[in-house]
Design a protein around this ligand. Structure first.
Ligand code: SF4
Ligand code: MG
Length: 322
């Protein structure tokens, strides 16, 4: 059985320190009840790993995840299941995430039945109600996944997650595999459910326009670290971190309204051997000596915004950085 570190290494790669692989480092993030927090970054930045740690699929090598102030997992495998009942994850691929041989009604009711959340006599009624809540017909419960489109399957995946009455939803690229028009329908469903049920969610996405549509706050990740955290409103109006700025500039329909496309200079470095200091320095137009020597810490810069960049914390020139 592979160790957690090996699983992480195989999934993503990451910084190796004494055998452990760190795909995500020093991430401190709180989500307030009723809030939707976006996690944005290019592929390989560690956002999915973060989502899996929060969901209890991976145990963190260090640190902890708490819900209402109580640790939900302490890194021991046997605690992982307890966590997953309170945190539900919705994955990118609606074709892979449903068991093709299981009627969707069984898929939706399996978790609540296993965990005794719903009396047996009410399972069927409750399943039908959940299907209706996500905009499908109650009698679809007797159908198999192949009878549904991608958008409908993602609705079913949402119903399955809601069936557990989770405290937190983790959506990992939940609409990324759908056509744009279907994306909009599923996002609107999510917004409706959010309003009616008061959902709390982590919304992981590489798509800045989707994130703007649904998130209250947004964390921008680069190579396993959060580099900027702000309300969606402030972040989109005025991105502060050079990486956030580059990310916005690379999306032609966002930001200044310019139509030109500015891909970010250079490749994303390998997370197995990240650059020293600020991991963004090989691609950053503002990099100075300090950036190559010292990892910038996520620091409050006012208005509830935090940025991890030496430009906002004493400048980039000092070489004697502690
Ligand atoms: Fe650029 Fe330096 Fe800021 Fe990193 S710390 S983003 S290299 S200016
Ligand atoms: Mg991913």
């Amino acid at each position: 059985k592979p160790t957690l570190a090996e699983k992480l290494a195989e999934r993503l790669g990451g910084r190796r320190t004494g055998g452990a692989v760190h795909a995500v480092n020093d991430v401190s993030l709180n989500v307030v009840r009723g809030e939707v927090v976006g996690i944005v970054g290019e592929s390989g930045c560690g956002k999915s790993t973060l989502g899996r740690i929060v969901s209890g699929i991976y145990a963190p090598t260090e640190g902890r995840v708490t819900l209402d102030g109580k640790p939900v997992a302490d890194g021991r495998e046997d605690h992982v299941n307890k966590l997953t009942t309170r945190v539900q994850m919705i994955h990118q691929d609606p074709f892979a995430s449903l068991n093709p041989r299981m009627k969707v009604g069984e898929t939706i009711s399996e978790g609540p039945r296993t965990h005794g959340l719903v009396p047996a006599s009410e399972v069927r009624t409750r399943t039908r109600a959940l299907l209706e809540q996500v905009g499908l017909q109650g009698d679809y419960a007797d159908r198999l996944p192949h009878q549904f489109s991608g958008g409908q399957r993602q609705r079913i995946a949402i119903a399955r997650a809601l069936a557990m009455q989770p405290d937190l939803l983790v959506l990992d690229e939940a609409v990324a595999s759908l056509d744009v028009s279907i994306q909009a329908q599923v996002l609107n469903l999510f917004l409706d459910l959010r309003r009616s049920l008061g959902l709390t969610a982590l919304f992981i996405s590489h798509d800045l326009s989707v994130v703007r549509h649904v998130c209250d706050r947004v964390a921008i990740m680069y190579l396993g670290r959060v580099v900027e955290l702000a309300s969606a409103e402030r972040l989109y109006a005025d991105p502060k971190h050079p990486y956030t700025q580059a990310l916005f500039a690379s999306v032609p329909t966002l930001g200044t309204g310019r139509r030109d496309f500015h891909p970010i200079k250079g490749e994303i470095p390998s997370p197995i051997d990240p650059p020293p200091g600020c991991a963004f320095h090989p691609r950053c137009p503002f990099a100075g000596p300090r950036c190559r020597a010292e990892i910038p810490r996520l620091t409050e810069v006012g208005s509830g915004r935090s940025v991890a960049c030496h430009l906002n914390d004493g400048g980039v020139d000092r070489e004697d950085a502690a």
